[in-house]
Design a protein around this ligand. Structure first.
Ligand SMILES: [Ca+2]
Ligand SMILES: [Ca+2]
Ligand SMILES: [Ca+2]
Ligand SMILES: [Ca+2]
Length: 506
């Protein structure tokens, strides 16, 4: 990409950021950036490490002149090894993955050696990455709207089905993030092993397999390219991913992923070891377990719960609600939290500043016939409130919960996707909006979509319950609309104003 194009792109991105931060959510925050990425120190550009040939050099400083050119000033020695590095020198160019310039972060920065000079370099190009919020809920927002099934590479789909003896089935685990830092959202897709997917008679612990996750780079115009190039080893094997959440857990600007996994989803429910797909500073990914114990993790969300500058994880499991506290480098210590009145029936969680007091709150939900949706308010997590479903959905499973101001009165609504509970387990698809007044008291419930006939199986050939919702202004009329995040079944509820919603199917 050319320099000029990027300046324009940067301006429009800045404008966009201004618009988003005014209209959507002032709580969006970026975690503190690791001191391992390249940074500006006054007029000095410091590379903590750079690979040159078969060596890694440390703390290489380059002076930046008024014309933008760099001159090599100093370094602090080298080692005869190739280490993970934020920069590499090859073919007369310095490539810097991430540069932290105090008020802005740029990526994929390329400087070219100026022939005939004594170690002078000229800027050739750079990108402006999409930044990753430390709140996973914020990272669900994307300008992509894709069909989870058809976005996958057909050759990879077939290969995984064949190699792992699985149907081309379920997609609960989709994460949006700019993992090549070129300014657009890419996709991480983690499918679920369900055997042949016909009647689940072959779904036994004996047959059960973990299957590889898939990374797709956004090539523009709804084209995605499958890649394994960003993995240090082979793609992570996922153990029934029920959700993927995105945050930059090690603060190196590259987005990271938690595979929220249940493990084998039938008796004896052995659980899975919670696993991150995490970056190193050179932008390569590897798997890192964050626990030495297996848990049946059905839900998780991340945010800086303890306000120390990094993104922590709250997860719902059969062993209660778990807090994984981050040390800033993506290492976690686990505790069990008991903020919640009733832990039975909790299967899903989000972290969001619901009462708009600038402290993150924790919202849990799941099997509503066992326990209502609960909100516990930060920073102390002592006080909370319960939310009531409507009569139609009071015995339902809440699959997903979203927060947005749909009617433009300055107060966030809850938007939730539900499906049948105890007697009609996971049958039918429903979308409900819950309104609140200025004192955050629950005001009313509105069912905006109900389709009890959505009873499709795991093979995705006919519509089934809705797992993830998407809130975006799809028709660009200024009102936020409600969609299924997966375009496969394509439900859209167009917001026509005054709390009216019109069903459209894509
Ligand atoms: Ca990208
Ligand atoms: Ca990272
Ligand atoms: Ca933290
Ligand atoms: Ca709050």
């Amino acid at each position: 990409m050319s320099y000029k194009f990027n300046i324009n792109q940067k301006l429009s991105t800045l404008l966009l950021i201004c618009i988003i931060s005014i209209s959507l959510n002032p709580a969006t925050s970026i975690a503190e950036i690791s001191d391992e990425v390249a940074y500006m120190d006054g007029d000095l550009l410091v590379l903590p490490q750079i690979v040159i040939g078969k060596n890694t050099w440390f703390n290489v400083s380059l002076e930046k002149h008024s014309d933008g050119n760099l001159t090599l000033v100093s370094h602090e020695g080298k080692t005869k090894k190739i280490l993970p590095s934020v920069a590499i020198f090859k073919k007369g160019r310095i490539y810097i993955n991430v540069l932290n310039d105090a008020d802005e972060i740029i990526s994929n920065v390329r400087y070219k050696y100026i022939a005939g000079t004594e170690y002078q370099f000229k800027l050739e190009s750079f990108d402006t990455p999409l930044l990753t919020s430390d709140i996973s809920f914020e990272n669900r927002k994307t300008n992509l709207w894709v069909d989870y099934v058809t976005v996958r590479d057909p050759i990879i789909r077939e290969k995984i089905s064949k190699d792992y003896e699985t149907c081309d089935c379920e997609y609960y685990g989709v994460g949006y993030a700019d993992f090549d830092l070129d300014g657009d959202d890419d996709l991480l897709i983690s499918t679920v092993w369900w055997g042949d997917g016909i009647d689940l008679s072959d779904y036994t612990l004996e047959n059960y397999r973990t299957i590889p996750i898939e990374m797709y780079l956004n090539k523009g115009k709804d084209a995605f390219e499958y890649t394994e190039n960003l993995f240090i080893n082979t793609p992570t094997l996922a153990d029934t991913t029920r959700r993927v959440i995105v945050s930059d857990f090690n603060n190196d600007v590259y987005p990271d992923f938690l595979l929220v996994a249940t493990g084998f989803d039938a008796k004896p429910y052995p659980g899975a070891t919670p696993t991150l797909v995490i970056s190193d500073i050179s932008g390569n990914y590897y798997s890192r377990k964050i626990d030495n114990k297996q848990h049946f993790l059905h839900g998780a969300a991340s945010g800086d719960i303890d306000s120390d500058g990094d993104s922590d994880i709250v997860a719902t499991s059969f062993d209660g609600v778990l807090l994984y506290e981050n040390d800033g480098n993506g290492n976690f210590s686990k505790s069990t939290i008991d903020y919640f009145k009733d832990k039975y029936g909790i299967f899903h969680v989000e972290i969001f500043d619901f009462n708009d007091d600038s402290y993150l709150d924790i919202i849990t939900t799941g099997h509503v016939w066992k326990t209502n949706t609960q909100i516990v308010f930060g920073p102390d997590f002592v006080n909370g409130m319960e939310i009531n479903n409507s009569e139609l959905t009071q015995n339902h499973v809440v699959n997903d919960i979203q927060f947005a101001d749909l009617d433009g009165d300055g107060i966030n609504e809850i938007i939730q996707s539900t499906t049948g509970g105890e007697s009609e387990f996971y049958q039918g698809a429903y979308i409900e909006i819950i309104y609140f007044d200025e004192e955050m008291n629950q005001e009313s419930n509105q069912i905006v979509y109900e389709n009890p006939d959505r009873r499709g199986g795991v093979d995705r050939t006919s519509p089934k319950w809705i797992w993830w919702l998407k809130i975006a202004d799809i028709d660009e009329d200024g009102n936020l609309d409600i969609m299924e995040d997966d375009k496969h079944d394509g439900t859209i509820l167009l917001n026509t104003g005054n709390r009216n919603f019109v069903l459209r199917t894509e």
